[in-house]
Design a protein around this ligand. Structure first.
Ligand SMILES: [Zn+2]
Length: 84
C-alpha cells in the first residue's frame, strides 16, 4: 500500500496526507518496501491517535477507560483497512 500526497491520511483525520502526517513519514525511504511502509503507517496512526485522543479528552471529557476502548477499536479498524 502506498500513500499518495493527495490521498486521505491513513490516520483517519479526514485530511489529505500532505496536510496531515506527511512530515512524519519519509515516503522515499520506505518506497519499495511494503512491510516497512506498513510499519511506518502504523507509527503514524499511533501518533495521530494520541493527538485525536487528546482532543476527545478535552472536548468531550472522555474517561481514560473510554479512551482506551476507543483506541483499541480505532487501531483494529485501521489494521483491517490496511490488510485489504
Ligand atoms: Zn494524519
Amino acid at each position: 500500500m502506498e500513500i499518495g500526497r493527495n490521498d486521505l491520511c491513513p490516520c483517519g483525520s479526514g485530511k489529505k496526507f500532505k496536510n496531515c502526517c506527511i512530515d512524519k513519514i519519509d515516503t522515499k525511504k520506505v518506497k519499495g518496501s511494503e512491510q516497512r511502509l506498513n510499519k511506518q503507517t502504523e507509527a503514524i496512526m499511533a501518533t495521530c491517535l494520541v493527538s485525536s485522543m487528546e482532543v476527545l479528552k478535552d472536548k468531550f471529557e472522555f474517561t481514560q477507560e473510554q479512551l482506551g476502548k476507543f483506541a483499541d477499536e480505532y487501531i483494529f479498524t485501521l489494521q483491517k483497512k490496511l490488510k485489504k
